[in-house]
Design a protein around this ligand. Structure first.
Ligand code: CA
Ligand code: CA
Ligand code: CA
Ligand code: CA
Length: 250
């Protein structure tokens, strides 16, 4: 390769790198390790959380303009060899669970939704275990869609607990310990969660279904701006390629 070609190659690589960053397609989040797992009790009472950076949940995926009283959210993550740990701070003016059956219209109640793609493969996961779209209801039960196109509980994948802030009753802390399952997950067999190691990449996105007074959810607010297809930004439950990428660091 002569010098001119090398220069053109270097320049085009730099242009590609920056165009990917500014188009939002490169989006990686470093997650720090913790030696001691946080206590999943809905209280921000562990020193280890202070090592983790707050990230916003502020992208309106469905619904009109959003006021600060209606919803505000932020989250942070930690990991160890066994699990990914999530702490979410949510301000929601009214917590509702209109559909009592955990498998019935769970997305129209206040719900924390954790999108997870264990191997960061991206791609369609609507009716497969290529990735999960775990919906955690206010009763802490965890639901997703199966390959048989039914709704099922995955309560042993995520342990969670939320609690109101006594000084700010519309604010809650929601903590979760998440086991990661690979795409060969099979509910008819016994499955072991994947062990986590430094450098591992995991597809991840977070969202909140906010309903206060309506038949169906009023807003769906995510941690990542999803590019709309045919005017629809609500693609996370179908396509894992719209997730962020976590990188587990030391
Ligand atoms: Ca805690
Ligand atoms: Ca609300
Ligand atoms: Ca996958
Ligand atoms: Ca609500």
């Amino acid at each position: 390769m002569n010098i001119l070609r090398m220069k053109i190659f270097a320049l085009s690589t730099i242009v590609l790198f920056f165009s990917l960053i500014f188009s939002g397609r490169v989006s990686a989040i470093d997650v720090v390790a913790t030696a001691t797992p946080p206590i999943i009790d809905g209280e921000n009472n562990e020193a280890q959380w202070q090592k983790a950076k707050w990230l916003p949940i502020d992208q309106v995926i469905m619904g009109g303009p959003l006021s600060k009283q209606d919803f505000q959210g932020q989250y942070r993550l930690l990991w160890d060899a066994n699990k990914l740990y999530l702490q979410v701070e949510i301000v929601d003016d009214r917590l509702v669970d209109f559909n009592a059956d955990p498998l019935d219209k769970y997305w129209d109640d206040d719900t924390l939704e954790i999108f997870l793609d264990e191997d960061a493969s991206g791609g369609n996961h609507q009716y497969s275990y290529n990735a999960f779209a775990y919906h955690i209801a206010l009763d802490n039960q965890v639901v997703d869609i199966t390959p048989e196109r039914t709704f099922a509980l995955f309560n042993d994948h995520i342990e969670s607990r939320w609690k109101r802030d006594v000084n700010a009753p519309h604010k809650i802390i929601w903590e979760a310990a998440i086991s990661l399952y690979s795409d060969d997950f099979d509910p008819t067999k016994s499955n072991s969660p994947v062990s986590l190691t430094a450098g591992k990449k995991v597809g991840f996105m977070l969202a909140y279904c906010d309903n206060d007074n309506s038949e169906v959810r009023e807003h769906f607010i995510g941690s990542k701006d999803v590019e709309a297809v045919n005017g629809d930004k609500n693609r996370g439950w179908i396509d894992a390629s719209v997730f962020d990428t976590l990188i587990l660091s030391e």
